[in-house]
Design a protein around this ligand. Structure first.
Ligand SMILES: NC(=O)c1ccc[n+]([C@@H]2O[C@H](COP(=O)([O-])OP(=O)(O)OC[C@H]3O[C@@H](n4cnc5c(N)ncnc54)[C@H](O)[C@@H]3O)[C@@H](O)[C@H]2O)c1
Length: 447
């Protein structure tokens, strides 16, 4: 059913996800209001200042705001009152026991119930455990004077490619309970699936579970490869070759098989924890995920341990250069970043740190203050350093001037958490070079 006028959309919560959803839906002609309780954020968005680093987002916000298809407000109630579709995109941080904290989601549900002024579709976009849409429905129903339809529409965008991912999704998952919700949502998403990518309709519980299962699967692949990498080091195999060898199997596929310093970010750690928590609540074993978490916790210590070994156990008093603070490239997000674990370990072992990151310096200052030195360039970070540790695989670290690195470092020690360089080449240039899972057979530890 084709609608004659733009769909009136409210997005409640204008963080990473809400802002991308709002800007992309405005770009396809809808009439979007993004609401947030954070007045500072809303004011800077009104001036087209994007609080996060995300390629392509600023242009979208500026263009759609100037054409009045995108409006920012702190008045959550008025955004709800005029909307036909209301997205809940607030944060769901981990509670103390690891379960998802639904406080913000339920606060928004209350506001929806009180401010609904027409029939509407209410969409949970935040990552929420199974049963949450039901809880939202109950809270909204307490005060609502108009009919409403619940829908679960988990978001699969990746930070760093968020706009691209939203505009060209692999699939859209929609858990809906009424024909009205299904047809409104299908129309809203039609421009994004024109190349034939599917909208997968399902019941609400399955949609909620799909998001957690997807993130848990990706985290599992990473932890699996990190453990295989550790074994490769012991037996003298090269994990990069093993990765290619298994990734070319169509049953396995090449994505998310890269070993590294452990996964971080705002989603994998908290979503794995929340799923474990749900399984416990229902008395179901999810021992695979217990191990995934455990392996990741150990992996986040690996760079420090490798550095400590390269410095003959003597980290105290050393000055260490760190390249990369964000949990992955193309973002300034440092939530659960492996760099934080490394820096904490270095500082508590009595080392000093100089760090570089192309986007996350401000975020790091906010988190760590001035306990480390911030370098203007990656080479500047090397001044007076005893070793270099690479934590994030930003493109600009891929082809550095190795002579300059070697002549600036006090000792030519490079610990590469992302396997950016050829191990043989680095060693032939005279570096003490450690990476993940690529110990040559000759150095392998025999048991
Ligand atoms: N960041 C990602 O890559 C990603 C990807 C997929 C799904 N998700 C999920 O999407 C949800 C949002 O994540 P995010 O990274 O955008 O979070 P975020 O912390 O960046 O943003 C959440 C926003 O909600 C606002 N907010 C909180 N309470 C509010 C209220 N009562 N009314 C209005 N606004 C309120 C906050 O001020 C904040 O701006 C989470 O459930 C997350 O798990 C995130």
């Amino acid at each position: 059913m084709q609608k004659e006028s733009p769909v009136k959309v409210a997005v409640i919560g204008t963080g990473y996800v809400g802002l991308v959803v709002g800007a992309c839906l405005a770009e396809t002609g809808n009439d979007v209001t993004c609401a947030d309780v954070d007045a500072g954020k809303i004011n800077s968005l009104r001036d087209n200042h994007i609080p996060i680093y995300e390629p392509g987002l600023e242009d979208l916000v500026e263009r759609n705001q100037s054409q009045r298809r995108l409006v920012f407000t702190t008045d959550v109630g008025s955004a709800i009152a005029k909307a036909e579709v209301i997205f809940i995109a607030v944060g769901t941080p981990p509670d103390e026991d690891g379960s998802a904290d639904l406080r913000h989601v339920l606060t928004v549900a209350e506001a929806i119930g009180q401010n609904l002024k027409r029939e509407a579709v209410i969409v949970t976009k935040s990552t929420v455990p199974v049963g949450t849409a039901e809880r939202v429905r109950a809270v909204v129903a307490r005060a609502a004077q108009y009919p409403f339809h619940m829908c679960s529409n988990p978001e699969f965008l990746k930070e760093g490619a968020a706009v691209e991912d939203f505009m060209k999704p692999d699939r859209v998952v929609l858990g809906a309970e009424s024909d009205h919700a299904r047809s409104v949502m299908a129309e809203l998403y039609a421009p994004f699936v024109r190349t034939g990518k599917p909208i997968i309709f399902m019941d609400i519980a399955s949609a909620e579970m799909t998001k957690y299962a997807a993130n848990a699967m990706l985290a599992t692949r990473i932890s699996f490869m990190n453990e295989i990498a550790a074994l490769c080091e012991r037996v003298g195999a090269d994990v990069d070759l093993v990765r290619k060898g298994i990734g070319s199997d169509t049953r396995i596929g090449p994505s998310f098989l890269f070993p590294g310093p452990g996964y971080g970010g705002s989603c994998f750690p908290k979503d794995v924890q929340a799923l474990i928590r749900t399984a416990r609540e229902y008395g179901v074993a999810l021992s695979v995920l217990d191990s995934v978490e455990d392996a990741n916790r150990r992996q986040k210590r690996r760079l420090f341990e490798k550095l400590e070994a390269a410095l003959d156990g003597n980290v105290r008093g050393k000055h260490i250069a760190v390249w990369g603070l964000a949990f992955k490239p193309n973002t300034d997000d440092m939530r659960e970043a492996p760099a934080l674990t490394l820096i904490e370990a270095l500082l508590s072992a009595g080392a000093t740190v100089a760090a570089h990151d192309p986007a996350a310096i401000e975020e790091s200052k906010r988190r760590l203050g001035d306990v480390i030195r911030y370098a203007d360039s990656n080479y500047d970070a090397l001044d007076g350093a005893d070793a270099l540790v690479i934590v994030t695989d930003w493109n600009e670290y891929r082809h550095p001037d190795f002579n300059r690195i070697k002549s600036t470092l006090r000792r030519p020690i490079v610990i590469d958490g992302r396997n950016l360089y050829g191990a043989e080449r680095m060693r032939s240039m005279g570096f003490v070079y450690e990476s993940i899972g690529r110990m040559p057979a000759a150095d392998a530890v025999k048991v």
